[in-house]
Design a binder for this molecule. Structure first.
Ligand code: UDX
Length: 440
């Protein structure tokens, strides 16, 4: 089989590379010539564990290629995946200009039956727009070439995207066409050897599934964050409460870890987009509106604790920050809580020295010289008035507290991810602040 994947961002690159791994010939397409040149020279623009190995292997085998020529990439292809970006426009809704631009380009160039698969996360109803855009282009050409559209949302987590793609919990495919179903089933069968299902459904339900999944997950996080804040007020420990509720299988123990709020490229954008879709249909998704509001508030919780601890006097103080990425195993800082905390610290006249195991370049790109960058976690805390832990990288989990107490100016830790043991830190004489926990 042969496919074309348009868009060499995070989703396109992971999908294309993983599909090549099954023996399919994959052409990855992008309009960004520099990016394609890099990819042709062995440079992957994103950090994703495991990706480099299978990228190299499949390029060597001649199954994976990179090009700016969309027209050539769909010659002899069985399917073309649209995996370009859908950035939020000013009002928060997803901007479809890239998705529809690709649809038009396909319509202009195709010469045989194709399944056109939307892989980007797009608002409910987009596949229909893709179809219309293609029909218009074909009509302009006076051609009547058959094609089908399908929606195939991705559920990849950054940091484990390759594994998620190779061993999916489920594959969701929305299409009304039998012919398209056959092509998609063939493509995905090798990934379902673990017995997990391929779920065929109508297009709108498939598009909706992606938003509902991410919204449900975001809801779990905002819920536990809200509960954590109340735990502090009433004197409970959210870590006990989390374990207590998580053992009920209906609730489950995953994704109920309180923290500094969710970030990343998906949850904030998708929650907003679904709220907007509902609003446009005069329906108010009140639960999700609260989820979003709680998340905004949660990103400030750690700063507020710190502000209170220093009686509002942060001028001239220096704070160490461990972790900048929105979560571990990625260098992605989109909507990262660290950015909100840094902004507030700088506003209050404090300075920040940060260390993140992989997001340092990304941080410099975004923040420039607004903050300083340390070469490791211990250098970051030298003479710091307190340590603020924002991302729960595993290397921060068991630091040498004896060394830390010598380096820090004050033995104070603000832990936004509840990774330390309050009792241990109290014994070591640290002042410890966490999220929703009994720390004194
Ligand atoms: C998410 C979805 O998990 C994935 O299925 C979808 O395709 C894209 O969006 P991702 O954004 O990579 O993936 O990150 P994820 O691991 O889900 O974490 C999202 C955010 O929630 C992070 O900021 C994380 O720190 C936070 N989180 C997660 C919590 O605060 N508590 C939890 O218990 C779990």
């Amino acid at each position: 089989m042969k496919i074309s994947v348009v868009g060499t961002g995070y989703v396109g690159l992971v999908s294309g590379t993983c599909i090549a791994e099954t023996g399919v010939n994959v052409a990855c397409v992008d309009i960004d010539e520099k990016k394609i040149e890099k990819l042709n020279n062995g440079i992957i623009p994103i950090y994703e564990p495991g990706l480099e190995d299978i990228y190299k292997k499949n390029v060597e085998k001649g199954r994976l290629e990179f090009t700016t020529d969309l027209g050539a990439s769909i010659k002899d292809a069985d399917a073309v995946f649209i995996a370009v970006g859908t950035p939020p426009d000013e009002d928060g809704s997803a901007d479809l200009k890239y998705v529809l631009g690709v649809a038009r380009e396909i319509g202009k160039n195709m010469d045989h039956y194709l399944v056109v698969v939307t892989k980007s996360t797009v608002p409910v109803g987009t596949s229909e727009k893709v179809k219309q855009a293609m029909l218009e282009e074909l009509e302009k050409r006076g051609e009547n070439i058959p094609f089908d559209v399908a929606s195939n949302p991705e559920f990849l987590k950054e940091g484990s995207a390759v594994n998620d793609f190779l061993k999916p919990d489920r594959i969701v495919i929305g299409t009304e066409s039998k012919r398209a179903r056959k092509v998609m089933k063939r493509l995905y069968k090798p990934f379902l050897l673990n017995g997990h299902p391929i779920l065929f459904m109508d297009i709108i339900s498939s598009e909706m599934t992606k938003y509902a999944a991410n919204s449900m997950l975001a809801t779990k996080i905002s819920f536990i964050n809200d509960i954590a804040n109340l735990c502090e007020i009433v004197g409970a420990d959210v870590d006990n409460v989390r374990r207590g509720i998580g053992s009920d299988p209906r609730i489950g123990n995953k994704f109920i870890y309180p923290g500094t709020g969710y970030g990343g490229s998906c949850f904030p954008k998708d929650v907003q987009a679904l709220i907007r879709t509902a609003d446009e249909k005069n329906y108010s998704l009140d639960v999700l509106k609260a989820v979003e509001a709680v998340n905004y508030r949660q990103k400030e919780v750690l700063f507020n604790k710190l502000f209170k601890r220093f009686d509002g006097d942060l001028k001239g103080k220096k704070f160490a920050m461990w972790g900048l990425a929105f979560k571990p195993k990625t260098d992605d800082m989109r909507e990262a809580p660290a950015l909100v905390i840094i902004e507030k610290l700088l506003e209050a006249g404090a300075s920040v020295v940060a260390y993140d195991p992989v997001a340092m370049n990304e941080a410099e790109r975004i923040l420039g010289d607004k903050i300083s960058y340390a070469k490791d976690e211990y250098e970051a805390i030298i003479d710091a008035d307190a340590l603020i832990l924002v991302t729960e990288w595993s290397e921060f989990r068991l630091p040498n507290f004896r060394v830390m107490e010598k380096l820090l100016k004050n033995k104070i830790i603000f832990d936004g991810r509840n990774i330390y043991d309050p009792e241990e830190l109290a014994e070591l004489g640290f002042e410890y602040f966490a999220i929703g926990r009994k720390t004194k």
